[in-house]
Design a protein around this ligand. Structure first.
Ligand code: SF4
Length: 345
């Protein structure tokens, strides 16, 4: 899509969002497309036990159908949702296919399966941004958090990836992530000083902990997300910006709906445009735009609704990919940790 058209598209979505229009005049600019809902780890901060659907990788024909429908308007596909994308053998082909249609791509991985072959295939697939979720500075802490994971293997995989990236002069943006938890809080400083000055890494991020709309908690944080039973002044920007697609084609409002309770449609039988302005999503936007109530239990616990509508609308200023890169660069200054409220432990 040309820059002018992209800008027009985003301005249109932003206007509809600010006006609280239930039927949106432009299609979504981002899709989360779950490469798989399977995972090789069992991390303590992942609400995987809430998943109700059968273990499944997205099928290539379904993925191609989605990209075929969206290539004229989509800016970004994020392949991460409830599983480890590298568990899907077709992930490299899917990234290349999306890239061939002019769509940017993003993926988050635990990097346990990122051996040399996977690294090379990722680098040549044209992936734009890779986030490696590390969350620890020692093997002991890593093993406590990322159960079934192998810290030394991940570090080795990362080194190989960075070496190959440099060798072939590939411009994949590599970000290393750390979410502070009770289990790793004491390692945050070491983590940042070790990784933030590594010239091969584009960004080392201390990422804010998310309860994922109340699905999880961690004792490091005050339980400061109140359960609002009725009212929110703010509306969720995601309902005017993106869709989350499960590996079986089910469409959900966002990636916090782990259980798939709020089904908006099914891309095996419907189109993106039908679902985008379909009855279910229009109803949800109506609740958010109405300033009277947010009856869905899912949304009533969500951190996003603590951010004002005006602030959320600023996300339309740039693409989701650039937004991630900007946040990552900002985090290099290492300010987020100062905002973490610790409970007396
Ligand atoms: S408010 Fe939160 S839970 Fe509700 S749709 Fe938005 S991101 Fe999802």
């Amino acid at each position: 899509m040309k820059i002018n058209n992209k800008l027009k598209h985003r301005i249109g979505l932003c206007r509809d969002y600010l006006l609280g229009k239930e039927e949106v005049s432009f299609p979504p600019i981002e899709l989360i497309v779950e490469a798989t809902n399977r995972c090789n780890l069992n991390c303590i901060m992942c609400p995987r036990e809430k998943i109700k659907s059968a273990p499944e990788d997205i099928k290539l024909p379904l993925f191609r159908k989605i990209v075929g429908e969206a290539s004229n308007f989509l800016e970004l596909i994020d392949f991460s949702f409830r599983g480890e994308p590298l568990m899907n053998q077709n992930i490299f082909e899917m990234i290349s296919y999306a890239k061939s249609k002019g769509i940017k791509t993003y993926m988050s991985t635990n990097a346990n399966l990122l051996d040399k072959d996977a690294s090379m295939r990722l680098l040549y697939s044209g992936l734009d941004l890779l986030e490696i979720s590390l969350d620890a500075f020692s093997e002991e802490t890593y093993t406590k958090i990322r159960r079934n994971g192998d810290f030394n293997k991940v570090i080795n995989n990362l080194e190989v990836l960075l070496h190959e990236k440099q060798k072939i002069k590939n411009n994949l943006f590599v970000e290393i992530g750390f979410v502070p938890l009770l289990e790793n809080y004491s390692q945050m400083d070491n983590f940042m000083s070790h990784w933030k000055n590594n010239p091969s890494i584009n960004a080392a991020r201390i990422k804010p902990f998310s309860t994922r709309a109340g699905l999880i908690s961690n004792p490091l944080y005050n339980d400061n997300i109140p359960y609002k039973t009725g009212f929110s002044r703010n509306r969720c920007v995601r309902l005017w910006r993106s869709l989350s697609i499960c590996s079986d084609g089910t469409v959900l409002p966002c990636c916090y709906d782990f259980s798939g309770n709020y089904k908006l449609g099914d891309l095996k039988h419907q189109t993106i445009k039908e679902i985008w302005n379909g009855k279910a999503l229009i109803g949800l936007r109506k609740q958010h735009a109405g300033l009277t109530s947010v009856p869905l239990e899912l949304c009533s616990r969500c951190e996003l609704l603590r951010i004002s509508t005006t602030k959320q609308s600023l996300t339309f200023l740039c693409s989701g990919l650039n937004l991630r890169k900007m946040l990552a660069r900002f985090d290099k200054f290492y300010r987020l940790n100062k905002k973490i409220k610790r409970k007396e432990i």
